[in-house]
Design a protein around this ligand. Structure first.
Ligand code: ZN
Ligand code: ZN
Length: 354
């Protein structure tokens, strides 16, 4: 038991529940510290259990000190039924698999199950000091790897080679793995915000969009730079400058207490005034932590309000089919009196061979 499980109990109080089953693995990780790939947390009025299988006995006891670890053999649902107080209602996460839900409903009875949406996720929105350190550590690996990559990029290299090189360099810098599949969109491929990796080879006048992150001890980073192999031509420069100005406009708006939608609007306005409004086809940003995409959402339809401890991306982009695209993605931490750009050491404009 810890502060986080107390936080979960407080959330359950609000909806009149005493029991909850947490199955989303990132939420299990958040509550307990356990980093295995299979586990669940069961809260009852007088117990908080970390449930996992025999493969993780040693790891669970080591990573989740203070938690009662229940190693189940056979069916987890049968163990749950034995532990839940007779007739008690139990919250479950709407993100659980449907076949898991059916097993629960069959054993416990559908009427005892209460769907809960975003209960633990709500607790995860504001990061504590330890989480901020973990995210900075992940980002540090990514940026170190990227700096090493820049020494290697040259015309003739393929997108696939570039991504493999970056993943390798991030690993050498201490990353456990990439936080997500590294995105490399070169030349016209960069018009796709999430370009699938290809064997296309870099050409001298290419823009190369590189979206990368590192995973370290469960926490992730997420940043993008659009690199120019030689020097920008006029339109490339205009598009890049517009995106950079949109980042600046967002930064001018960011402060605790500000609505996320207002930050999105500030960046979007800059892109629209430059004539590329229709080409900025996604939200401005998203929270990053145990998952690459989590709350808050920085978009025109978001109801989130910025709070100290939130970590999220600011990533405006302009995408022109047949021509290419530019995205710049920064990571920001809201502080009590402003914000910190966690990815500040990474230059926004990178020309490799002037
Ligand atoms: Zn990204
Ligand atoms: Zn992102």
């Amino acid at each position: 038991m810890n502060e986080r499980s107390e936080g979960l109990r407080a959330e359950l109080d609000k909806v009149g529940l005493e029991c909850m089953l947490v199955t989303r693995i990132e939420n299990v990780r958040y509550l307990t510290g356990f980093q295995g790939s299979n586990g669940a947390v069961l809260m009852t009025p007088d117990a908080a259990l970390l449930m996992t299988d025999g493969r993780y006995r040693e790891q669970a006891n080591r990573q989740a000190p203070g938690w009662d670890v229940l190693i189940y053999s056979g069916s987890m649902v049968e163990s749950i039924e034995k532990i839940l107080p007779y007739g008690a209602r139990c919250g479950f996460e709407v993100t659980c698999r449907y076949d898991s839900y059916r097993k629960l409903a069959k054993t416990l009875g559908e009427s005892r199950l209460e769907p809960l949406d975003g209960t633990v996720e709500k607790l995860r929105v504001v990061k504590d000091a330890g989480e901020v350190r973990s995210i900075k550590a992940a980002l540090g690996c990514a940026l170190k790897g990227f700096a090493a990559l820049l020494e290697k990029i040259s015309p003739g290299m393929s997108e696939r080679e570039l991504a493999a090189e970056l993943d390798y360099r991030m690993a050498l810098a201490g990353a456990d793995s990439p936080a997500f599949d590294t995105i490399v969109g070169s030349g016209p491929n960069s018009s796709q915000p999430h370009a699938p990796i290809s064997d296309r080879r870099l050409e001298p006048q290419d823009l190369v969009m590189i979206d990368f992150g590192a995973l370290k001890a469960g926490y992730r980073s997420d940043t993008t730079r659009t690199v120019c192999i030689r020097t920008f031509d006029k339109e490339q420069e205009k598009v890049h400058d517009t995106v950079a100005s949109a980042v600046e406009a967002a930064m001018e708006k960011i402060a605790p207490g500000i609505e996320a939608s207002a930050v999105d609007a500030a960046a979007r306005e800059v892109v629209a005034v430059a004539g590329y409004g229709e080409r900025f086809t996604h939200a401005l940003g998203h929270g990053v932590g145990l998952e690459t995409h989590e709350s808050p959402t920085i978009s025109s339809v978001s109801n989130d309000v910025l709070e100290p401890g939130m970590i999220f991306t600011i990533e405006p982009g302009i995408y022109i089919e047949g021509w290419g695209g530019v995205r710049i993605e920064e990571m920001v931490l809201i502080t009590s009196d402003g914000f910190e750009i966690l990815s500040e050491s990474l230059p926004r404009e990178i020309r490799l061979q002037p």
